[in-house]
Ligand binder design. Sequence first.
Ligand code: ZN
Length: 251
Amino acid sequence: MVQRGAWWGRLLAIFAVALLMGGFILSGRAGGQATKPQGQGLPPMVGDLLRGRTVIIDPGHGGYDPGARGRQVTEAELNLAIALKLRKWFQLAGAHVLMTWSKPSQIASNRKYRVQQRLTWINQHKADILIDIHCNSGASSYHGPQTFYWEGAASYHLASDVQQELQYFTGTSRGVKRINQYVLRYAKMPAINVEVGFITNGREEQKLLNPTYEEDLTWYIFIGTERWLVKGRWPAELLEAPPPTDLLVRD
Ligand SMILES: [Zn+2]
């Protein structure tokens, strides 16, 4: 027996969340609900979820560490190009964005790279979110982005929402996985590593070098982060309770 008051409260809460999420919920699709804007602005549904929040974007490697190598570029070069595109979306949404490094000149054989120092710097800045950008490497047929986390519900859900959007965008099916990676493990904030694709796959490397593809790919990383932030505003009872059967829509 469901109490009338509780039923109405739940209905109102769901209505509020549906309004807040706009296209996220109403379109009913698994990912890619938000259309990338053609101009410079963001669609109104994005709202103010990121305003006043601090996001750290960490392009993997750098200094004398090029990371994995493709046929045309190193991983550090691609990581930086993609991280800069991602920064733009977060800035448009009003976030305060910090980058661990942001200039191609910081990739140089005589420049030091110490992952411990990078982590210390990241933790000093007490950001709301850390997004590491890397390229994957493996057999030449391997392809598709994949998002990793180390532990904790916040990092897991952030990784899941981002990966769901990336699956939608690329039509690939790699799932979220845990990874024991130094920066993710010791970061004192929700932290994910987005491996944007396989640099060791010639076709994927070519795609990752295309600025339009980079714009689109980073848009979906951004929208996945927005989805996760929206969940942070859900009433706890909605997140924990099973779906209410009295509100099932049948067609
Ligand atoms: Zn890497």
